[in-house]
Design a protein around this ligand. Structure first.
Ligand SMILES: [Zn+2]
Length: 317
């Protein structure tokens, strides 16, 4: 899962911008805390610079983000200006562009969808051509300084709801840094997985395809054989996956040269019993015959390379 630094601008003795009784540091913190809660609920790892009203230190925050190896940094601020109040949302990203620019765009898109004016995404550089904001300049990960809205604009502040805005910020982060579902771990034997898949497709066996040969797969092979005997030879077997006298009596002898689903089931049974030189393919060729002979020898029964009732009894029981 992505690891995100959600930082609240200012704090403690530094109130940030102040207007109409509102303190920037408090709004930043409320947004940071709620955005963090939402992201964590979605499984994201989130790092904060502060979760209460304490001083922040930009250098310490950058160091925290860098040593935490975050995927992105979002520094939350309120805008302010002199004279006629400005309005709307803007975000600063690094002149390095890349994912930081994508994140800035995603954040502004989600916030302006709430009705705030789109002031665009921007870079700001020093006279010697570096990123102006230390957080953006010194962060290893893509970093965005987000100016959510104007604290000195009563309309912007009336429109600013902490929960809704936090959700928009979280949505922007999740869009730019999607959570990656973990691929299911691959266990077991790939040939057993292939056998399980075939049994599911051919006979509706409903097996978990885990590549592990167990009771369910063994029973599904017998059920497959019962189904084939009924279909191909008009037997009237109950398809219950249980190897009993009725099924044993209904078997057909399968010889080298045979091709088809019963041969496949014999091969599957050989494979899952450890005679795995033959990958089941439904063709009773020389390798299958050799495997049957070795199986018969190991079982102490007549070695003829033919899968007759006695051999099948040993294979399927
Ligand atoms: Zn600020």
């Amino acid at each position: 899962m992505p690891r995100i630094a959600v930082f609240a601008g200012h704090g403690g003795t530094d109130p940030g911008a102040v207007a109409n009784g509102l303190y920037e540091k408090n709004i930043n913190l409320a947004l940071s805390n709620e955005t963090t809660r939402i992201l964590r609920e979605k499984g994201y790892e989130v790092i904060n610079n502060r979760t209460t009203d304490v001083n922040r230190d930009i250098n310490a925050d950058v160091a925290l983000a860098n040593r935490s190896n975050v995927d992105a940094v979002i520094d939350i601020h309120m805008n302010s200006n002199l004279g006629t109040p400005g309005t709307g949302t803007e975000a600063y990203y690094s002149i390095r562009g890349g994912k930081g620019k994508d994140l800035a765009r995603a954040l502004v898109n989600h916030i302006t969808a709430l009705g705030f004016v789109d002031r665009g995404i921007k870079t700001r550089v020093t006279a010697n051509g570096q990123d102006y904001f230390g957080m953006i300049r010194n962060s290893n990960a893509p970093a965005v300084l987000l100016e959510v809205a104007f604290i000195n604009n009563p309309n912007d502040m009336a429109m600013l709801d902490i929960d809704t805005m936090s959700q928009a910020i979280a949505n922007g982060i999740m869009e730019a840094f999607p959570s990656v579902p973990m691929p299911p771990p691959v266990f077991g034997d790939p040939v057993v997985r292939q056998i399980q898949t075939t049994l599911n497709q051919r006979y509706g066996a409903n097996l978990v395809v885990d590549g592990i040969f167990g009771r369910a797969t063994k029973s599904a092979i017998v059920a497959g054989l019962q189904t084939e005997l009924n279909r191909q030879f008009g037997r009237n077997l109950v398809v219950d996956g249980v190897w009993g006298p009725a099924t044993r009596a209904a078997t057909v002898t399968v010889r080298p040269g045979a091709v088809g689903n019963i041969t496949y089931l014999i091969q599957a049974s050989l494979y899952t019993r450890g005679y795995n030189e033959v990958i089941p393919d439904g063709v009773f060729g020389a390798r299958t015959e050799a495997a049957v002979r070795i199986f018969q020898r190991d079982q102490g029964i007549t070695v003829d390379g033919i899968a007759g009732p006695n051999t099948q009894d040993r294979l399927f029981r």
